[in-house]
Each structure stands twice: as C-alpha cells, then as structure tokens.
Design a binder for this molecule. Structure first.
Ligand SMILES: Nc1ncnc2c1ncn2[C@@H]1O[C@H](COP(=O)(O)OP(=O)(O)O)[C@@H](O)[C@H]1O
Ligand SMILES: [Mg+2]
Length: 342
C-alpha cells in the first residue's frame, strides 16, 4: 500500500548517508517526513488487543489485526524506554529506509512494509510510530520448523528456504547493507498456491554502509553469531562474512535439524534454555565440529541427490569455516551451490 504520489526514494547513495542523519529523525515529525519520502502511507488503523501477539523480539512486540478474511496485518511496536528514544528511532528509520529501497521493496525474499500507524504511549509519554506488515500466516521460521507441520518437509523445500534467504542477503550486501542478525526468528514463512517460501525480516540491527571499509557494530544472538565476534566495530567486508557464517549455521539447522535431533536426544550436555536442536547446534559449534558433523549427516539424508550432497559439503565447508579468511564474502558461489541456476 504505497502512496499514489511517485515516491522520492533515498537512492543507495542517500541510503549511505542515513546513518549520519539518523539523529535528526528521533522525533515523530521527522519520521513522518521520511515516510512521505519513502512513499509509505500513514493508515488510521490499529491492532486488535484481543488477538494474541504474533511474536516478540529484543526490540519490539508484534501485534495483529484481522482487517477482513484475506487481510491480516502485523504491527511492529518498537519498545521505547525513557533513555532509549534515539536508539528506537534509529531502528525504525533503518528498517523503513532499507525496506523502501527500490531494489528491495518488491524483492520476493524480503518482507514488505505496507504502511505505518501511530501509538500513544503513556510511559514514556509519547507518540510512537508502528510499522505495518502483512502477517506471515505460518509465523517465523523457528516456530514453524519446530512445529508438527514441518516434520515431514522434503529437503528440496528446505533448500528452497535457504535459497530465499541467500537471495535476500545477496541483494542486501549488493547495496552495502549488512543484516547483522541472521537467525530463524528473523525469517518469516509464507504459503502461496501450495508453495512454501521464506522472507527475510527484522532490519532493525542492519547497518547501512558506504563502502567496504565502513565500520559496523553487530548484535550477538546465540548461537548464530560468528566465532570471531567481539563488541568493537567490524569493517563491512569482515561483517559480511559474519552474515555468511550465521547463514551457514541456519542452513545446517534447517537441512540437518532432524539428524541433530536423533543424534542428540537424551544428551545431557545441551543447554535446556534453548530449543533442543538449537542447543545441540551450539554444542557442535563450541566443539568446532560443525563441518565434520555436516558431512556425516548429509550422507544419511536420503532425499538429496549425490550432486546435492556434494554441493552442500562445500557449502558448509565454506560458510562455517572458523577462520573468516576461508569464508566467502559474497553469495555468488553460495547461490550456485544451492542450485540457484537450476
Ligand atoms: N509479519 C509478521 N507476521 C508474523 N509474525 C511476525 C511478523 N513480523 C514479526 N513477527 C514475529 O515477531 C517477532 C519479532 O519481530 P522482529 O521484526 O524480529 O522484531 P525484533 O527486532 O524485536 O526482533 C518475530 O520473531 C516473529 O515471531
Ligand atoms: Mg527479530
């Protein structure tokens, strides 16, 4: 639902300047100006508090409203704390600026921003913008893959999910944008004409860079973060490889989660604070045995061809390399290994 006016959109050059101008957008009027520029409409609608929230992440609650039988909207309500207003606006500005980019706003594998509305908060007293998205009927990838429904998914469907995320990341990196928080909770599952697909979401932790040398700061989501993580800044070139590692781990979890479940059941060493397969993944990461285990598991996946198994050996070898020097910094080969050109 974009504005009828031809939107003036920040081009990639202007996108690269947004980081430095974010501070100017920590008030509602500036935010509304940005939305006007990006061609995103303000809608006089609200979520329905009686409906259960769709999810909750580190920065927002996602509520919903059933508009009619075909339309169900998700309302991303970013948390505002007394001292954190600037940070919350920064997240909103980034998410809007990135999702409105002409190369991303209609990208099949990126979540689409539909519109925005406003929420009147009491504590802290303020009016806060709320982002409106179409609701992903099957939820996020983590809850979907842990559901009964996903148990019998074929490897080809799972490979399709990996390809969707790789395409989205490739598009982002091509625009000097780093996602920064690749994990199953930040990918949403859709179904159209019986075909399942995944879209990448949550650009709140993304970084907009101007070149390979730009410095970015990353969040640390367990166990998805790359082994070289630290709290200081990374150059964009290095940080892209961290998105690649998290992507590799996500592919491992998606494609080999069932093997992980069989192998680790009853094991006392996995952390009970995480969903089972994710905790088992963390254990493998800590013992630096991800690549060897991937090889062992892949041989046992009966619905993969020999060629697919070989390609996936290479994919895990490359993406899960502990040494970032051995990891690719772009998605050209990764897309090929996932069968993008087939
Ligand atoms: N459009 C949507 N449809 C269904 N669920 C959603 C949608 N957007 C977000 N969610 C749920 O809300 C959670 C938090 O949203 P997210 O954008 O990741 O915010 P945060 O920055 O707080 O992590 C997601 O992990 C997912 O479970
Ligand atoms: Mg999230």
């Amino acid at each position: 639902m974009t504005s009828a006016l031809e939107p003036y959109y920040p081009t990639s050059q202007i996108l690269s300047e947004i980081d430095s101008t974010i501070a100017k957008h920590d008030d509602l009027v500036s935010f509304m100006g940005l939305m006007q520029k990006c061609g995103v409409d303000l809608l006089p609608i609200k979520w329905q508090p009686a409906l259960a929230d769709l999810g909750r992440g580190g920065s927002a609650n996602v509520s919903q409203a059933l508009i009619n039988t075909q339309t169900n909207y998700a309302f991303k309500r970013v948390f505002f704390t007394d001292g954190g207003t600037e940070k919350s606006f920064e997240r909103l500005v980034k998410e809007v600026s990135i999702l409105s980019h002409p190369e991303l706003r209609n990208h099949d594998s990126m979540i689409q921003l539909e519109a925005y509305c406003c929420e009147i908060l009491e504590k802290p007293e303020r009016i806060s913008p709320v982002l409106i998205f179409a609701t992903a009927p099957l939820g996020d990838l983590q809850s979907f893959m842990l559901s009964e429904e996903a148990r019998s998914l074929s490897s080809n469907v799972k490979l399709g999910f990996c390809l969707d995320i790789a395409r989205a990341l490739s598009a982002l990196h091509g625009l000097y944008i780093l996602h920064g928080d690749i994990k199953p909770m930040n990918a949403l599952v859709y179904e159209q004409n019986g075909k399942l697909s995944v879209k990448l979401a949550d650009l709140g932790d993304a970084s907009i860079c101007s070149n390979e040398e730009s410095i970015v700061y990353l969040p640390r989501s367990r166990p998805w973060f790359a082994p070289e993580y630290h709290h200081r800044g990374f150059r964009f070139l290095q940080a892209k490889k961290m998105d690649v590692y998290s992507f590799g781990l996500l592919c491992f979890w998606l494609l080999l989660g069932n093997s992980l479940l069989h192998r680790s059941q009853g094991s006392a060493s996995v952390d009970p604070g995480l969903p089972f397969t994710i905790a088992a993944l963390e254990t493998l990461k800590q013992s630096n045995t991800l690549q060897d285990t991937a090889k062992e598991f892949l041989v046992g996946v009966k619905d993969l061809t020999l060629e697919q198994q070989r390609s996936l050996f290479s994919l895990f070898d490359l993406t899960l390399a502990k040494d970032p020097e051995a990891r690719p910094s772009d998605f050209v080969l990764i897309l090929k290994l996932l069968g993008n050109d087939r």
